[in-house]
Write a protein that binds this ligand. Structure first.
Ligand SMILES: *Cc1c(COP(=O)(O)O)cnc(C)c1O
Length: 407
């Protein structure tokens, strides 16, 4: 008899966004005239800028001519894009070689899939609150125990990030093997200071641990001097894998392109205790299970790194970050305690009046017709917090802030 992977049954039902969708649909059905404003799910709204679309169209046309048609490409990505990504890293003061870059169709998949090149008995640390993909994929792989109280899984090490520690992940008390860090952070909007990243790299060196660094929001950093890439930190090339995505950066959520860096100097032990380069494992994984991102999309991605592309993308990011400022300052003026929104497109606010984050979700939906994301959906330490996204049209953001102030 075929057996399922029972680890899937450990996953907790009612994943955050479907539950939000269910509550919003129910409300909309009862209140058909309400104009609902959505600052919930982190998805971009601005269309792809001209230099990117034009590269995409040109590449699509190339596929229609026998001289320039292309079939399968290299699984890790075309050289033109690997070179553009490496040059971008160099310009940010991070030493990354083109053959350490892997192009993919998303950081969700990469942060989800990376765990399979590591043994199932590794001890994993995640922050709380956390991007749920890191946790659920380790549950699926059998690296955790069952869900316990507070919805936490056994064996996982949770690092609370709260207002008390400035949302800066504390080092674990014991030894962990793999840690997921996300900076600028979804959902808290916090950026990890350089000193904190240095501390983490030293921890990883001392404990022979690997840092999985999700930098999906690095392009949203506004303050000079903040760290964009973990490879800006000395020694990080020996201990860290970095994930970046064009989804939020360049509006690619619908057309899909991301990249992951696995430095050739990153090593981990095999079961004989020998050191093995992790790069070769990820290369093997990708060439076996993935056939690459389509040529037109990679040409569109290349255009993101051209001077015109960079300018256009920066204009869109500036638009979202002005939204973030409007939300942050508007709500602060109305007496809310707000975090984030300076170097990340998320505002993380303290739920007022001792309500739970789901109570506040319902209240905001009913009284302001505004949809946000309850912090508890990202982990038990997210309880009492609420996430608002700056990905929206200006008029909707302004209207949402006006309405929230009246609640
Ligand atoms: C949006 C997001 C990503 C990017 O996902 P894609 O699959 O590239 O669209 C990665 N990490 C975090 C934390 C995100 O919020």
């Amino acid at each position: 008899m075929a057996k399922i992977n029972s680890n899937y049954q450990k996953l907790q039902a009612g994943y955050l966004f479907p539950e939000i969708g269910r509550r919003v649909r129910a409300f909309a059905a009862e209140n058909p005239t309400a104009k609902i404003l959505r600052l919930g799910i982190g998805d971009v709204v601005l269309p792809l800028p001209e230099p990117i679309i034009s590269a995409l169209k040109t590449a699509a046309d190339e596929m229609s001519q026998k001289e320039s048609f292309k079939g399968y490409g290299p699984e890790q990505g075309y050289d033109f894009l690997l070179q553009a990504v490496a040059a971008h890293y160099q310009s940010q003061g991070a030493n990354v070689e083109a053959d350490e870059v892997f192009i993919s169709d998303g950081s969700k998949c990469d942060t989800a899939n990376i765990q399979e090149i590591f043994a199932t008995d590794n001890i994993i640390a995640v922050t709380d609150p956390v991007y749920p993909v890191y946790v659920d994929t380790n549950v699926m792989a059998g690296r955790t125990g069952a869900a316990e109280n507070l919805g936490r899984y056994g064996k996982l090490v949770y690092l609370p990030t709260t207002a008390e520690n400035g949302f800066d992940p504390p080092l674990p008390e014991g030894k962990v093997d793999i840690v997921y860090l996300c900076s600028p952070n979804n959902p808290t909007g916090a950026v990890m200071p350089r000193s904190s990243l240095e501390k983490w790299v030293r921890y990883a060196q001392a404990n022979e641990a690997v840092i999985l660094f999700d930098a999906a929001y690095e392009a949203f950093i506004r303050e000079p001097g903040q760290v964009h890439s973990i490879y800006e930190i000395e020694g990080a090339r020996d201990v860290a894998i970095e994930f970046r995505s064009l989804s939020k950066t360049a509006g690619f959520t619908g057309i899909r392109c991301a990249y992951t860096v696995v430095p050739k100097s990153l090593k981990a032990h095999n079961d004989k205790g020998e050191l093995v380069a992790v790069h070769g494992l990820w290369l093997r994984r990708q060439t076996t299970k993935f056939n690459g991102v389509s040529y037109p999309i990679q040409k569109a991605a290349e255009a993101v790194f051209s001077p015109e592309g960079k300018k256009a993308v920066e204009d869109n990011i500036a638009y979202y970050m002005e939204n973030a400022r409007i939300i942050r300052e508007g709500l602060a003026a109305a007496g809310f305690t707000v975090y984030g929104g300076v170097n990340a497109p998320y505002i993380w606010l303290k739920v007022p009046g001792g309500l739970t984050s789901w109570d506040f979700f319902d209240k905001l939906l009913r009284e302001a017709n505004v949809v946000g994301t309850p912090g508890a959906g990202f982990g038990s330490c997210g309880e009492g917090y609420f996430r608002l996204s700056a990905f929206g049209f200006r008029e909707n953001v302004e209207e949402a802030v006006r309405r929230i102030k009246e609640v």
